[in-house]
Design a binder for this molecule. Structure first.
Ligand SMILES: [Zn+2]
Length: 178
């Protein structure tokens, strides 16, 4: 759970969201996104059921499934297309971490037929002008057509905010500085 990153800045309003997340909400077609600003550092955490990305949640059994996992990993690792930040914020990627289940090896002991699996990605940006960070546009809907909704939560210097992003509404308006 990447939501652990926002715990330090949470207000009470955000607790129901975390309670639901802690309860293991795993809904196919729905992913979660968190954005935390700490000074000039912006960290985005993305967590999705694997089904929403590749259409299955078991260890790959065919070459097509192995390729689907590799393609999904590559799409998540491509921060430039996954997340677009305003040019005025002058952000550069400093780290990308992708955690995909089942790895790249065929037999890693995770072939559980009745369980779910999640994929996670974390993007860390350094932004010279973080005050200009008013929107985030998510490109993951294009990469993953099965993804229908992203529940997003932000904690920035300007405040806290939540949003529901969808393929037709993939730009997230962050809490505005006042
Ligand atoms: Zn599942």
């Amino acid at each position: 759970m990447k939501t652990r990153h926002v715990v330090g800045g949470l207000c009470l309003l955000a607790v129901p969201f975390l309670a639901a997340a802690a309860g293991g909400a795993h809904e196919h077609g729905v992913a979660r996104l968190s954005l935390v600003q700490e000074g000039t550092t912006i960290t985005l955490g993305f967590e999705s059921p694997l089904d929403s990305l590749v259409g299955f949640e078991h260890a790959p059994r065919t070459d097509a499934q192995k390729q689907a996992l590799q393609k999904a990993r590559a799409a998540l690792e491509n921060a430039a297309t996954a997340v677009t930040l305003p040019a005025a914020a002058a952000c550069v990627v400093s780290a990308v971490t992708v955690d995909m289940p089942f790895g790249d090896t065929a037999h890693d002991g995770h072939d559980d037929h009745d369980t779910h699996a999640d994929a996670e990605a974390e993007y860390v940006f350094e932004c010279a002008q973080p005050a200009a960070l008013d929107t985030v546009t998510i490109g993951l809907f294009q990469a993953f057509p099965r993804l229908q909704r992203i529940d997003a939560e932000a904690a920035t210097a300007a405040g806290q905010g939540k949003a529901v992003l969808r393929p037709a509404q993939a730009t997230w308006s962050l809490p505005a500085a006042r």
